[in-house]
Write a protein that binds this ligand. Sequence first.
Ligand SMILES: [Zn+2]
Length: 186
Amino acid sequence: MSALPGIGRRTALRLVLHLLKRQEADFERFTSSLITLKKEVHYCRECHNISDTEVCNICSSPKRDRSTVCVVENIQDVMAIENTGQYNGLYHVLGGIISPMDGIGPQDLEIDSLATRAQNGEIKEVILALPTTAEGDTTNFVIYKRLQPTGVQVTQLARGVAVGSDLEYIDEMTLGKSILNRTVFQ
Ligand SMILES: [Zn+2]
């Protein structure tokens, strides 16, 4: 339990004691749902968002605008942008950002697959919605360079978003506005 993110030793102990007190049936339901989670939840073949089907709900929805793709660091960012209700395009989850300090390079992220998607002709705009940190800026630039030959327009969130902020901690109004007021990447 204490190996889980954000759970210290005291909280871990409290959780274990709580689980031990639960009825057998309750406990079995809990453990089997954890096993199901690991077995049945996959990553979408297209956008790498979490999904229980091969292609996620967003990628397979006929209501979404297939000409726009928003590039985010992780799945929490997809949720944050969905919560704004201001975006109707598709996503591309990188699975991190470039961070030489942590040994994460472009090849460790879903950048090649983004370039491949951008080449298919359907995509007209790629919105960069990465953190406004040095790592985020580096990643933006690498993606921009990769996408240049495809002729796809590259935009970024309006910089009303506070420097260094993770999308999941920005309030919905601000995030929604920064999507609507996005600017051409330069
Ligand atoms: Zn998807």
